[in-house]
Design a protein. Structure first.
Length: 129
């Protein structure tokens, strides 16, 4: 059915509710039937980050905590969509680079749950339509 649909995107967060990978700006695109309908920018704000070992275990800059804990709150858009099957795509725009290090295995457990990966990349957690 033709109508307006609200797309809400949530990003992956740490155990302490901080969005990961906020050091640099990252472009996130929403596409319907391969046509870009919205681009969001995540990260890159010049807020003083906590020390690498912060991970929610000590009080830090309140401005940082506000930013890191709410960085994905504006990732919502309401758009008209025509009736019928639609292909929805949401992804980060690729930045060409090559790691100059030995690839490490995926992290799990406590280390993954608490690491803000400030210099890393954000990741999608969920999309609600």
């Amino acid at each position: 059915m033709d109508g307006e649909y609200v797309f809400t995107i949530k990003l992956q967060k740490t155990l302490y509710n901080a969005v990961r990978g906020l050091a640099d700006p990252h472009q996130l695109e929403l596409r319907i039937d391969r046509q870009r309908v919205k681009t969001f920018t995540i990260g890159g704000e010049r807020v003083v980050p906590p020390p690498a070992s912060f991970a929610g275990t000590l009080s830090w800059n309140p401005e940082w905590e506000q930013y890191a804990n709410h960085a994905d709150e504006g990732l919502q858009v309401r758009i008209p969509v025509r009736a019928g099957s639609r292909q929805v795509g949401i992804s980060f725009v690729r930045r060409s680079w090559q790691a100059e290090d030995v690839l490490q295995p995926s992290r799990t457990g406590w280390g993954f749950g608490t690491d803000e990966m400030f210099d890393g990349s954000p990741a999608l957690e969920s999309v609600t339509v």
